[in-house]
Design a protein around this ligand. Structure first.
Ligand code: HEC
Ligand code: HEC
Ligand code: HEC
Ligand code: HEC
Ligand code: HEC
Ligand code: HEC
Ligand code: HEC
Ligand code: HEC
Ligand code: HEC
Length: 427
């Protein structure tokens, strides 16, 4: 109140002309009216539609939590109409568009999202190529050719509850994407006319990638859209989905490219990684995959006696050998540690041997035994050295034990002697 009075006094002291005063007054009234209008902007659309039955319901609470409502974009921006008038709200004369068909959805969303100048006012870092990309995807192309069962923007993003992808409640958050795609792709009835598999979601849910993401919280692991692209056919920089693995598994990819398989697979029209690992239900690989046994992936193409299967057997032997050596070292070092010997350094060194084993497994992708051997060699040396350290420690323990026994014996004998001597003196 005090400040108001002071301001009023200041204005009077400034002796403004009646005209200026009038203008100021008009301005003040204008602001007051606009403010109240903003505060209670009537939205008759929501008044009706929040209480109507499906499919006409719009949940007022989740709509107001959506990114659009948060940024001041409401019903009228997408649907047209006059939200201020209860009677003529949906009058075509007020620009009301009526039902938005699935065919119309991408254009509607793209009207704003492809307009770089418009979007920059809100969020300059947001991409504006979603519609352009979408048109390159299987979904986008089929929609244009008249198939409206494919995914349109609202199938992936929801309609009135759209949230940014980094919001954990968003339908396109990495943790929710697979479920979003599964609504159609796991629905046998819905997908029947297309004759494609519907097991992607079930398979992916069993995969190493799903496990890494959901169990270990590793958001760098891929979900459906990491491999297939969000809007486009494949993520930028990836010519075909089958090449997507190399964006993350760089070493395996380099080795595969140098291997005899690169050219051989290409000639046979086979994809690279996916041929041995599958695409959706990728499992944790085991050494048995490269062997001559039942679980061998090599044996699906190579047969006994050919250079391919010989190499598989040779590689398996080398991997097994280092693994045995590591186990042997670990066992002896554990035994030494349990009997109180200091072998901490050797136990630490042994980690290097495990690292070499990991590198050897990566080198399997070269399909060359010599390359695998080269990676394993340092590991073999470390395993040998640490085994010796274990032996040495046990040897020293035994030596100390013998020493201890002898001193105990001497002490015992002395005590006995003393006792006999005392008894003799007493007698
Ligand atoms: C007085 C209540 C009321 C108001 C206000 C109202 N609606 Fe509706 N709306 C309905 C009813 C009832 C229907 C279904 C019958 C019909 O199509 O007329 C409907 C249908 C719709 C449809 C579906 C049209 C179709 O052809 O399938 C849309 C979209 C819609 N409203 C949007 C809006 C928007 C946007 C506003 C505000 C500008 C609004 N409504 C205001 C009651 C209302
Ligand atoms: C960002 C754009 C956008 C905003 C904002 C928006 N809508 Fe919609 N609305 C759509 C689209 C697109 C559809 C069609 C959904 C579909 O089938 O994919 C739709 C569908 C509807 C339908 C169902 C029509 C039918 O026949 O199924 C109603 C009713 C509706 N909207 C009312 C509203 C109301 C009321 C508001 C404001 C509270 C609102 N919408 C805000 C884009 C929007
Ligand atoms: C009237 C213009 C307009 C229309 C139409 C529109 N949007 Fe938006 N949209 C925006 C604005 C503005 C933002 C807020 C951008 C920001 O500030 O981050 C936004 C945000 C988004 C976001 C969150 C982006 C992020 O990650 O931050 C998504 C997703 C989105 N819109 C999808 C859609 C979809 C799907 C449709 C069609 C149903 C649609 N939009 C229609 C203007 C619009
Ligand atoms: C097949 C599912 C799918 C369809 C169809 C789809 N989107 Fe997206 N969209 C996504 C995913 C997934 C993300 C999240 C990307 C991420 O994790 O950052 C996304 C992100 C976005 C963003 C945030 C900015 C960005 O590009 O990352 C906007 C805006 C957006 N989509 C708009 C649209 C519009 C407009 C359409 C229709 C032309 C559309 N989307 C169609 C799945 C889809
Ligand atoms: C609204 C239902 C729907 C949703 C949701 C949907 N799709 Fe689709 N998708 C389809 C239909 C229908 C086709 C066409 C199938 C065909 O022609 O082979 C298709 C085609 C595809 C194809 C091409 C398949 C081929 O034939 O090579 C891929 C890849 C794909 N979708 C991935 C996704 C991913 C990833 C998501 C989730 C981000 C998703 N889809 C969400 C309906 C959907
Ligand atoms: C690690 C990468 C990766 C992930 C994750 C992934 N896909 Fe795929 N997907 C592929 C590859 C590679 C193909 C084979 C493409 C080809 O042969 O051209 C494929 C093929 C497809 C196809 C075509 C039909 C088929 O089964 O061959 C559809 C549809 C599809 N994926 C949907 C999905 C959905 C839905 C998800 C999530 C639940 C998903 N994909 C997760 C890599 C992936
Ligand atoms: C977006 C990055 C990314 C893409 C693309 C990707 N992966 Fe992975 N992959 C990971 C992550 C992260 C892990 C889990 C890390 C780990 O367990 O070492 C993983 C784990 C694996 C594993 C198990 C490793 C282990 O030691 O158990 C295999 C096998 C694998 N991926 C193969 C593939 C194949 C084949 C493709 C292509 C169809 C592919 N990945 C695409 C990131 C990716
Ligand atoms: C000829 C079959 C074959 C091909 C092709 C192949 N892999 Fe492997 N991959 C294997 C075998 C066998 C193992 C198991 C090695 C082990 O554990 O002894 C493996 C293991 C892996 C692992 C687990 C970590 C590791 O290296 O041991 C990843 C990740 C992996 N592969 C990714 C890929 C990627 C990415 C590609 C494509 C560039 C690819 N693989 C191509 C057979 C193959
Ligand atoms: C999808 C079929 C396929 C699988 C699986 C496969 N290979 Fe091959 N491999 C080939 C073809 C085709 C060639 C080239 C023709 C040939 O020499 O037999 C080849 C060549 C080779 C060669 C070179 C042979 C030579 O004559 O110099 C070696 C070594 C080899 N593979 C090892 C492996 C190992 C180890 C595995 C398992 C990790 C494996 N391959 C898995 C198809 C396969």
């Amino acid at each position: 109140m005090n400040t108001l009075r002071t301001s009023a006094l200041t204005i009077i002291q400034m002796r403004p002309s009646p005209r200026t005063l009038l203008r100021g007054f008009a301005l003040a009234i204008f602001f007051a009216v606009s403010l109240t209008a903003l505060a209670q902007a009537p939205n008759t659309c929501l008044d009706c539609h929040s209480v109507l039955d499906a499919p006409l319901t719009v949940n007022a609470e989740s709509f107001s939590a959506s990114i659009h409502a948060q940024k001041g974009i409401t019903c009228v921006n997408c649907h047209g109409g006059d939200p201020a008038s209860a009677d003529n709200a949906m009058d075509k004369k007020t620009g009301f568009k009526g039902k938005i068909t699935r065919q119309q959805v991408p254009e509607l969303c793209g009207k704003c999202h492809s307009d770089t100048a418009y979007m920059r006012q809100y969020n300059p870092s947001l991409r504006t190529d979603q519609l352009a990309q979408y048109r390159t995807s299987v979904h986008g192309k089929k929609l244009l050719s008249g198939d409206s069962k494919v995914a349109v923007c609202t199938d992936c993003h929801s309609v009135h509850e759209i949230r940014p992808a980094n919001d954990s409640r968003s339908t396109v958050n990495p943790l929710n994407v697979a479920t979003t795609c599964s609504h159609c792709h796991a629905d046998q009835q819905y997908m029947k006319p297309y004759g494609i598999k519907t097991a992607q979601f079930a398979d992916y849910s069993k995969s190493v990638h799903h496990e890494a993401m959901t169990v270990r919280g590793d958001l760098s692991a891929p979900t459906c859209t990491t491999c297939h692209g969000n809007h486009g056919a494949a993520p930028p920089g990836v010519a075909s989905v089958t090449n997507v693995c190399s964006t993350c598994h760089v070493f395996q990819s380099q080795l595969f490219d140098e291997s005899p398989h690169k050219a051989a697979f290409a000639a046979a029209g086979l994809p690279g990684c996916v041929t041995c690992h599958s695409n959706h239900d990728i499992e944790h690989p085991a050494d048995t995959m490269v062997s001559t046994g039942d679980k061998s992936v090599c044996a699906t193409c190579h047969s006994a006696g050919d250079p391919g299967l010989n190499t598989a057997g040779e590689i398996h032997g080398k991997l097994q050998d280092l693994q045995d050596r590591i186990a042997r070292s670990k066992e002896i070092l554990d035994r030494a540690a349990e009997s109180g010997m200091e072998v901490g350094q050797a136990q630490l060194d042994l980690i290097q041997a495990t690292d070499a084993l990991t590198k050897g497994r990566v080198a399997v992708h070269s399909a060359r035994a010599a390359k695998v051997e080269q990676e394993l060699q340092p590991g073999n040396a470390v395993a040998e050295k640490t085994y010796r350290a274990g032996e040495q420690a046990l040897h020293e323990r035994n030596y100390r034990r013998v020493g201890l026994s002898i001193s105990l014996l001497v002490i015992g004998a002395t005590l006995l002697g003393l006792r006999l001597w005392i008894r003799e003196i007493e007698q």
